[in-house]
Design a protein around this ligand. Structure first.
Ligand code: NAP
Length: 253
């Protein structure tokens, strides 16, 4: 895919990895459709994309709501005339142990709300946006690409029953879509980041972050631009599909 004049939608495009992807793709000439919940941050990202030399619009949309997603993708195709790529990047954390017990007494459990909220955004949101993007690409005859942001936690991680399950689901949906959508010329890929310096990891306890960083062979957290670089590589390389690329400084779960 040529990035110049392509139209790329990014969920969670208001901040963090989504913002870094948007600005880096804008600098390569892509036009951006930014999807998120926070209008102020979306406006800031639009301005940054324009400073980087391209056009961007924003769409307030909860990726977990079917009607929101349908309206948003119809709006994107109406506004830009086409859709070449989608990065399913919006995600949340609601960490907690499945069970916390002491001396045979269960003190705390992961609540159904904790489980469901993460599944809704991180798994159902990816399904809804991926389905809608593929629909629009097929209807407009675009041979596009869908990139899902998974996580190294997809292999299973303490305190992340909900998040790990969602990210494992996202990884296998990626492979399924690559197989199903290839007949329409649509590729599907995933990126599994390790620990990247964003607002999401900024909310972790400093001691926990320090402990994690010590376990990374490259001895540092990744930068959002390093994930953005991988997004551009996937979009530009028409022979990658159906795989999960780990970008984690050598950290393996
Ligand atoms: P972030 O800074 O928290 O940004 C995520 C964005 O998604 C926020 O702007 C958030 O908006 C938005 N969002 C949340 N729920 C949404 C919904 N229902 N509909 C639309 N937008 C929604 O996170 P990040 O670190 O950039 O992470 C981006 C992705 O990378 C996530 O999928 C995450 O799981 C994955 N990831 C991150 C890391 C890391 O180390 N940072 C590692 C592995 C994977 P609000 O703030 O308004 O909720």
């Amino acid at each position: 895919m040529k990035l110049q004049d392509s139209v790329i939608a990014i969920t969670g495009g208001g901040q963090g990895l989504g913002r870094a992807m948007a600005v880096s793709l804008a600098a390569k000439g892509a036009r951006l459709a930014l999807i998120d919940l926070n209008e102020e941050r979306l406006q800031e990202t639009v301005a940054l994309c324009e400073q980087a030399g391209s056009q961007a619009r924003y769409y307030l949309c909860n990726v977990a709501r079917e009607a929101d997603v349908e309206t948003t993708f119809a709006g994107i195709v109406n506004d830009f005339g086409k859709l070449d790529g989608l990065v399913n990047n919006a995600g949340i954390l609601r960490d907690g142990m499945l069970i916390k017990a002491k001396d045979g007494v269960v003190e705390k459990r992961m609540s159904l709300e904790q489980w469901q909220s993460v599944i809704d955004v991180n798994l159902t949101g990816v399904f809804l946006c991926g389905r809608e993007a593929a629909t629009k690409m097929i209807e407009t005859g675009v041979k596009g690409c869908i990139i899902n942001i998974a996580s190294i936690s997809r292999a299973g991680n303490m305190g992340q029953t909900n998040y790990s399950a969602a990210k494992a689901g996202v990884s296998s949906m990626t492979v399924t879509w690559a197989k199903e959508l290839a007949r329409y010329g649509i590729r599907s890929m995933a990126i599994a980041p390790g620990f990247i310096a964003t607002e999401m990891t900024g909310s972790m306890r400093p001691e926990a972050l320090d402990m994690m960083t010590k376990q990374i062979p490259l001895r540092r957290m990744g930068q959002p631009e390093e994930i953005a670089h991988t997004v551009a590589y996937i979009l530009e390389n028409d022979y990658v599909s159906g795989r999960v690329i780990e970008v984690d400084g050598g950290l393996r779960v």
